[in-house]
Design a protein around this ligand. Structure first.
Ligand code: HGY
Ligand code: MN
Ligand code: MN
Length: 423
């Protein structure tokens, strides 16, 4: 549904437009992009890396110098308040995630964090009074790049992070040390959960990471739903053997089986349309030598859809295909589901507030769903959520080519700040 109706431009008398310091927003964003800047021109600021720690310290330093009150919670989330002590009012939480994928872009997550920080700075400077207590949060490990437990920080805040003490990276190293280095504490991570009802609302500003806003020519997107996601880890066990002496009809080639799994994953969305998208993003081959028949393969797989019933159907199709492929190739195929995040709808009142604010700022809006996952969908379990999108150039993201024009970055931050001021 396109919403291009332009309401009367006259702002409601009591509703103020709060504009952020756009140049300062861009400077802070550029400064943040230095942490984890990589040779390919992207950003590799994986959660719990040294670059991630430095980025957290950088933002906390800016907050402190602006007279705000930063602290890191037990899960490693950076939380910034406008006063030393909570006011006791319901909190309007605003933010996104600080971590990136490997060789990703400088805007995914970081933009919403910096815009939320800029909103608090602007509220302080312009003496903006709000019914809610505005609080900024930079969630950690939304991506799950090094430690494959995505939504780590937002799940901790929502009180739904399970088996945290068992979290390890792909080499089996515990999260304990890196979490402590980031300022968290695995043994008291349950304290990162906010009391029920303490979050009055959550607003997340984010780049679209897709092509729709740019194609349709809208500067602001109002998100109505966020896609659900299921992540699987497939392990294929075959028989490692000599590439020269092992006849073709005597092989249990783990990579041949893995190749059929890759095609089965594409099949569930592209041909069978059971879910909207399906991806194999990681494939390990062991031992990975030219003259050795692969004995073991590992694949990390994800499926996405806004309909829970379709996610269930696609999951059943994939686990069924795994068994058939194992039998057909003489290999053992095991599948473990490591994460399920439900599709969520945003709060209609928050969406209406975003839309009305954008239109008062003469920024046309359209409503769209998010094919990317966001911390908002986790916080949606404990508070009403609203999401604001700005266009992504050429729809690219999770790539060094991720880009959003400055004018859109500043406009989006104005919409966040003005919406927050008028809730
Ligand atoms: O993968 C996602 O959808 C998000 O960018 N973490
Ligand atoms: Mn991302
Ligand atoms: Mn993101």
């Amino acid at each position: 549904m396109l919403n291009t109706s332009v309401r009367s431009a006259s702002p409601h008398p009591r509703e103020a437009a709060v504009r952020v310091d756009g140049l300062r927003l861009l400077e802070t964003l550029a400064g943040l992009a230095e942490f984890g800047a990589d040779a390919q021109g992207g950003v590799s600021r994986e959660a719990f890396s040294l670059a991630d720690d430095a980025a957290r310290d950088y933002l906390a330093g800016i907050a402190r110098s602006a007279g705000l009150y930063p602290r890191v919670d037990e899960a490693g989330n950076l939380i910034v308040r406008m006063a030393a002590e909570p006011s006791g009012r319901p909190v309007l939480l605003m933010g996104s995630h600080l971590d990136s994928v490997t060789n990703g872009g400088k805007y995914d997550g970081a933009y919403g964090v910096v815009a939320a920080l800029e909103t608090l700075r602007s509220f302080a400077e312009q003496d903006v009074r709000t019914r809610f207590e505005p609080v900024m949060i930079a969630f950690t490990n939304e991506e799950g790049a090094l430690f494959p437990q995505p939504f780590w920080g937002s799940m901790a805040v929502a009180g739904v992070l399970a088996d945290a003490e068992q979290a390890v990276d792909r080499a089996g190293n515990s999260i304990r040390g890196p979490l402590a280095r980031a300022g968290g504490d695995l043994d008291s991570i349950h304290r990162a959960a906010w009391p029920a009802g303490s979050i009055g609302a959550y607003l997340e500003l984010h780049i679209e990471q897709g092509p729709i806003l740019e194609r349709r020519g809208f500067p602001i997107g109002v998100v109505d739903a966020i896609v659900g996601r299921t992540i699987f880890e497939f392990t294929v066990d075959g028989q490692q053997n000599h590439a020269g002496t092992t006849p073709m009809d005597c092989r249990s080639d783990a990579l041949v089986a893995a190749a059929q799994i890759v095609l089965a994953v594409e099949d569930v969305s592209k041909q069978r349309r059971l879910c909207s998208v399906s991806t194999v993003g990681l494939l390990d081959v062991e031992p990975g030598l030219t003259n050795v028949v692969p004995g073991r393969c590992h694949l990390s797989v994800e499926i996405r859809d806004t309909r829970p019933e379709q996610l269930a159907k696609a999951e059943a199709a994939l686990t069924g295909a795994a068994g058939e492929i194992g039998r057909a190739t003489g290999t053992e195929v095991s599948v473990e589901v490591t994460m399920r995040s439900s599709p969520v709808h945003t709060d209609p009142l928050l969406s209406a507030a975003i839309e009305a604010t954008a239109e008062r700022l003469d920024l046309p809006t359209m409503t769209l769903s998010s094919g990317a996952g966001h911390d908002a969908q986790i916080i949606g379990a404990v508070a009403p959520i609203g999401m604001i999108f700005v266009p992504s150039a050429n729809g690219l993201s999770h790539s060094p080519e991720e880009h959003t024009d400055d004018v859109h970055l500043m406009a989006g931050a104005d919409v966040l700040a003005s919406t927050a001021a008028n809730l």
